[in-house]
Design a protein around this ligand. Sequence first.
Ligand SMILES: Nc1ncnc2c1ncn2[C@@H]1O[C@H](COP(=O)(O)OP(=O)(O)OP(=O)(O)O)[C@@H](O)[C@H]1O
Length: 349
Amino acid sequence: MSDILVINELTVELQQQTIIADLSMSLQQGQILGLVGPSGCGKTTLLNAIAGFVDQQKGEIVLDTHIRISQKTPVPAEKRHVGMIFQDYALFPHLTVEKNIAFGIQTLPAQQQADRIARLVELLSLVGQEKKYPHQLSGGQQQRVAIARALATQPKLLLLDEPFSNIDARLRSELMVEMRALLKKLNISAIFVTHNKDEVFTFADQMAVMDNGQILQMGPPAQLSKHPNSWLVADFLQLGSWLPIDVKGNVADSVLGQLPIDEKDQLNGKYSLLLKPQDVMISADSQANIVIKHIGVTEYGFHYIADSLDQNNSLAFKQLSFYSETQYQLHQQLTAQVALHKFVVFASS
Ligand SMILES: Nc1ncnc2c1ncn2[C@@H]1O[C@H](COP(=O)(O)OP(=O)(O)OP(=O)(O)O)[C@@H](O)[C@H]1O
């Protein structure tokens, strides 16, 4: 399978500030990539650089194995065969649905335009809406028009900036499933930006976590959840809570007791241990070490958030998350123990 996109050491500066810093990645033909990361880390700028809306200062972007773009050999946006769907869809308010869809293909012969519009209207369930204006459509319909308009030019790669953020929560997952099926059917590769990790798990084959203009980790979402390569990735994916530990040799001190540490890891000093909710065992006895601060009800039972009872200890923590079928009370003091497993430990918190 060939790569639809290869990025080598890309640097993008905006107003003398480095926004994308030496970023490298690749995406296989037909794959959907979910791009996540903290606000301001450069996600939209990366899409803009791929689409050709901002200049690159260094590095190379290779589209569909043969369109090679660098600072010395720029390629205008319209020659990149990349479609982009903006967060607010950016539909033309004074144009009907069919005229919006036709916008990028006006140079084609009239019959070819009409055939392509008819096919897209059918594909995106917009039959009967052709003569309507954007303000006469629901959010979901507007999104489908934006998709149809982007697909009209038959792009090899579709870029979507937070495509689902304006959609009603009930409609969202239905639309995501529909759109994924459509992209797969047309064998169109896509990169979409989101703040919602659940969207990545529903919609994407690959996930990239960005921070500070770089990609920290990229791979199938399940792989990143299992083996986060840094504190930031684990924290962004909300994989659990952070337990401060102090490692000496093959044991670690924590306010939840001593934990065995694999000496092969060669740790020494203070770290943060990733504690998944299922790794926390709770009992109500006289050895209390946590106090319940928040109680929620979920499909997995009660969800509790607790602080360590001793807040003066240098290893004290706040907001340990765990689930239990047992109902405890707010402010109740309990004993938490850590189930023995292969710990994931990171240097900073
Ligand atoms: N035209 C511009 N000129 C100068 N700086 C810009 C410009 N556009 C964006 N930036 C800056 O670049 C950084 C990255 O912005 P970008 O929109 O790419 O981030 P993002 O990850 O998409 O953020 P968000 O998740 O909040 O949408 C920010 O610090 C932003 O202020």
